[in-house]
Design a protein around this ligand. Structure first.
Ligand code: NAD
Ligand code: ADE
Length: 512
């Protein structure tokens, strides 16, 4: 945490000036932490053949020269390798995490120091992220990363995961255009209040022409996740999207791999690290049987948990039946389940009325993007009213003790164990998906950034997925790692099925 703090007003509980003018802010830049991060990055790179291949293909031609990328995506070891790939291709980069608990502090430290720097002479990227940020610190970090040292040369691209960076820029510019200031009393949640307070504080310090020029420089965004794409699509439909978006999530090599196989690895990893409880034989309920739900079910079934799912979509429910899963309603089974996991991208899924009926020490977690799948805000209110006690077992693992129920030990109140305070559990209580899976996701991200840098304007203010031949390229780049040998189509065979031998091999409507 070098450099002198600027004199601007301190922001909420951050104890930091709103515009701190710091080159970076991470938890720990000690030599041991940096060395640990760099070593893990080296190991990760070996498992990220897609990123390695892009470095080899584009290292000389520098397709990202002139790109200034602001990234808001979990600051993990895999992300550190992504960041350094963007830099190797010519980009300038600034970064924040997209979740208050998901930063791996050694990854943040190693990224700040960079491949050529040392802990006392960092020469890497400006990262503002640490594990366990408050909400105010989180939005402070986002603001720092969006505020480049020379305002006239701010970011021209955003790489987003969940849409928070895109949201702040849009809200700021819209308020300025409307000649209004934000009103924190309009907030619908604690986090919304912090966002509105951030906008008020920025207005007080910078006036009413800060966000519009900042937004005008941004040529496009590539969005990582289902929930962020949903937000972009809503804006595009409403005509309020200010720049083109590339939907990385819906590349097949992203959502059908990361969301499924990544969660298959990382859900049980998180439950184990957080609780060390036996998963085998336990009754688990996964709510939402989309891509993430499918991976989450596989994760729990891999440990021989007895898994049921809840769904609203008859197609996904039928898929679950064909997998031998019970499809149930949460209210019918709530008192019988040991492990709950939400995976819907929706809100108000596990409510306090459910929690009141749960078994003593039932485990409750969420693997969807935001914490409102579980009614955490209501639970917090119950602490204030004295109906619930919140006991920290360790960071990101809490016992919530209900004082007025009678099915706990000795007929007293029961408890539930909530992981990562209801935020995405695999990144809060474990380290997210493994490198090989993230390699496919991030290869799509780099290709999307190159595409936007080359020709963002040609997309208009729309949300677009990458073409299928690039999706196939991403898959192809990962086959050698598994020793997979592709069969080559003959010209006659290709003609017979209506494709070319070099692909694409499927029509647009094919669903994998
Ligand atoms: P998806 O659309 O494929 O699946 C969500 C499913 O939830 C759908 O099938 C939908 O019908 C169902 N659903 C919606 N409301 C419901 C309700 N009230 N009850 C029961 N089911 C309901 O989305 P996805 O790609 O699986 O993503 C889900 C969430 O996970 C998103 O927020 C996404 O951003 C996030 N995500 C997290 C990670 C991670 O590493 N933790 C990775 C990828 C995506
Ligand atoms: N999302 C899920 N797992 C991740 C990881 N390891 N790094 C970055 N984003 C992720």
């Amino acid at each position: 945490m070098s450099a002198t703090l600027s004199q601007s007003a301190h922001f909420l509980d951050t104890n930091l000036p709103l515009f701190a003018d710091l080159p970076h802010k991470v938890a720990d830049l000690s030599p041991a932490t940096v060395a640990f991060g760099r070593k893990e990055m080296e190991l990760a790179l070996h498992e990220m053949p897609g990123l390695l291949a892009l470095r080899e293909e584009f290292g000389d031609s520098q397709p990202l020269a002139g790109a200034r990328i602001m990234g808001s995506l979990h600051m993990t070891i895999q992300t550190a390798v992504l960041i350094e790939t963007l830099v190797e291709l010519g980009a300038e980069v600034r970064w924040v995490s997209c979740n208050i608990f998901s930063t791996q502090d050694h990854a943040a430290a190693a990224t700040v120091v960079g491949p050529e720097g040392t802990f006392d002479r960092p020469a890497g990227v400006s990262v503002y992220a640490w594990k366990g940020e408050s909400l105010a610190e989180y939005w402070w970090c986002t603001l720092q990363a969006l505020t480049w040292p020379n305002a006239e040369k701010g970011q021209n691209l955003i790489l987003d995961d969940g849409g928070d960076a895109t949201l702040l820029v849009h809200l700021g510019a819209e308020l300025e255009e409307a000649g209004k200031n934000a009103n924190p009393d309009d907030a619908t949640s604690d986090e919304h209040r912090v966002i509105l307070e951030t906008l008020v504080a920025v207005r007080a310090e910078k006036g009413d022409n800060f966000w519009r020029p900042l937004a005008a420089q941004i040529r496009g965004v590539s969005e990582e996740t289902t929930t962020g794409v949903h937000r972009l699509v809503e804006r595009a439909a409403a005509g309020t999207l200010r720049f083109p978006g590339i939907n990385v999530n819906d590349s097949v090599t992203k959502s059908k791999f990361d969301n499924v196989y990544g969660c298959r690895h990382s859900l049980v990893d998180a439950v184990n690290r957080a609780t060390d409880t036996l998963v085998s034989g336990k009754k688990a309920l996964v709510v939402g049987f989309g891509d993430v739900g499918k991976g989450s079910v596989d994760s729990l079934r891999g440990q021989y948990a007895r898994v049921a799912i809840a769904e609203v979509d008859p197609i996904c429910a039928l898929q679950a039946c064909m997998m031998g899963l019970d499809v149930v309603r949460i209210e019918d089974v709530v008192a019988d389940i040991d492990i709950f996991c939400t995976a819907t991208g929706n809100f108000n899924i596990i409510k306090v009325e459910h929690m009141l009926q749960m078994k003593h020490n039932a485990i409750v977690c969420n693997i969807g993007h935001f914490d409102n799948e579980i009614e955490m805000a209501v639970l917090e209110d119950m602490v204030k009213s004295g109906d619930v006690e919140k006991i920290e077992i360790k960071p990101q693992v809490h016992e919530w003790k209900f004082k007025n129920t009678t099915h706990g030990p000795k007929g007293g109140g029961h408890s539930i164990i909530v992981l990562a305070e209801g935020r995405l559990v695999n990144l809060g209580c474990a380290t997210g998906h493994p490198s090989l899976v993230m390699s496919a996701s991030f290869t799509n991200q780099v290709i999307a950034q190159i595409e936007l840098h080359k020709d963002a304007e040609s997309y208009g203010k729309t949300v677009t997925t990458l073409p299928k031949h690039l999706d196939e390229k991403v898959a192809r780049l990962h086959l050698d790692k598994f020793g997979a040998k592709l069969t080559v189509l003959s010209d006659e065979q290709a003609k017979y099925i209506g494709v070319t031998p070099a692909g694409p091999y499927k029509p647009e409507h094919y669903r994998y």
